[in-house]
Ligand binder design. Structure first.
Ligand SMILES: Nc1ncnc2c1ncn2[C@@H]1O[C@H](COP(=O)(O)OP(=O)(O)OP(=O)(O)O)[C@@H](O)[C@H]1O
Length: 307
């Protein structure tokens, strides 16, 4: 069974086509990152999964059930951390959880959930108005875990968190996934997606433009390797010899001084040929490294947006 199956879905709001013939499959047990620039259609897709809105055309199934017909049963099995959802200042963390447990007819002990998200029982007894952003997000995550959901839908879960908080959030996501929970999370923060997802789907103007593993996406854009070569020195004839090689698209000096030089070369051809050409020209290669395409490159290539 697939956790999510969106098939040929179009969603129009009047004249605006928010989703155009979108298909998307999330497998049971995976961590799927849903990536796209503002206005791409991420929230619209999540709202369809939750049956807050209905498709103009196409079908949506969640946990093997029809999103419209079985929305109540689906929500019982889902945990949701909505974008921009805030806590109530005057209620304690525990009161938030008790409310979530009651509304889902669940039976968990709040302390057990606090422990899972790294809040102490004492912190749970404090009013949420005094929580840091990271603690509030942990509390919201704990609320999403009520009822032991089969899938978590996290809409921009790292918004407003500092790097440390974001790392902790990734850790929580991994721990829940290790327990067998499928994770679907939307983000425009590339690092988040890269660090934790099994697969990534990129949406642009309401259409899926790429779905693959982070590695696969990288490979699809990086036909050329970027070489960074440290040498004892560099000469113009040596650079020319490199530029004359098949596949070399760029060769330039990044640094040059009395204690050596750093050369950048971009090639779709043989890397050893590059090093060989330098050595043939009397240059000593002291070290070299190859850079991969960053996820920024991937994102920009597919969306035209600089992240
Ligand atoms: N209720 C609505 N009425 C009219 N247009 C809408 C409505 N909801 C969404 N849209 C439009 O549909 C498109 C997709 O919006 P959506 O909110 O799904 O994007 P998003 O990827 O979630 O963006 P963001 O990252 O900014 O939240 C946008 O052009 C948006 O203006």
């Amino acid at each position: 069974m697939n956790a999510i199956e969106v098939t040929n879905v179009t969603k129009r709001f009047g004249d605006v086509t928010a989703l155009n013939d979108l298909s998307l499959t999330v497998e049971d047990g995976e961590i799927f990152g849903f990536l796209g620039p503002n206005g791409a259609g991420k929230s619209t897709t999540i709202n369809l999964l939750l049956d807050f809105i209905r498709p103009t055309d196409g079908t949506v199934s969640v946990l093997g059930m029809d999103a419209q017909e079985d929305s109540k049963a689906i929500r019982q099995r889902l945990g949701v951390l909505p974008e921009g959802f805030t806590t109530y200042d005057r209620l304690t963390g525990r009161q938030h959880l008790e409310f979530a447990i009651e509304s889902k007819d669940a039976t968990e002990e709040p302390d057990m959930l606090f422990e899972r998200v790294g809040l102490s029982p004492e912190e749970g007894d404090r009013k949420a108005g005094g929580y840091s952003k990271g603690m509030s997000q942990r509390l919201l995550f704990a609320m999403a875990l009520v009822g032991d959901p089969d899938m978590l839908i996290l809409d921009e879960p790292s918004t407003g968190l500092d790097p440390n908080g974001a790392r902790e959030m990734r850790q929580l996501i991994r721990e829940e996934n290790d327990r067998g929970t499928t994770i679907f999370f939307s983000s425009h923060i590339l690092e988040q997606v890269e660090a934790v997802c099994d697969r990534v789907g990129i949406i642009r103007n309401g259409e899926m433009v790429a779905v693959d593993s982070v590695e696969g996406l990288r490979d699809s854009v990086s036909t050329a390797s970027q070489l960074r070569i440290e040498t004892d020195r560099i000469t113009e004839p040596a650079l020319e010899a490199v530029r004359a090689l098949e596949g070399v698209e760029r060769a330039e000096v990044l640094e040059s001084g009395s204690d050596g030089a750093v050369v950048a070369v971009e090639t779709t051809g043989s890397k050893t040929a590059v090093l060989g050409a330098l050595e043939d020209a009397g240059i000593v290669v002291e070290d070299f490294s190859t850079a991969e395409a960053s996820l920024e490159d991937v994102f920009q290539r597919y969306t035209g947006v600089t992240a």
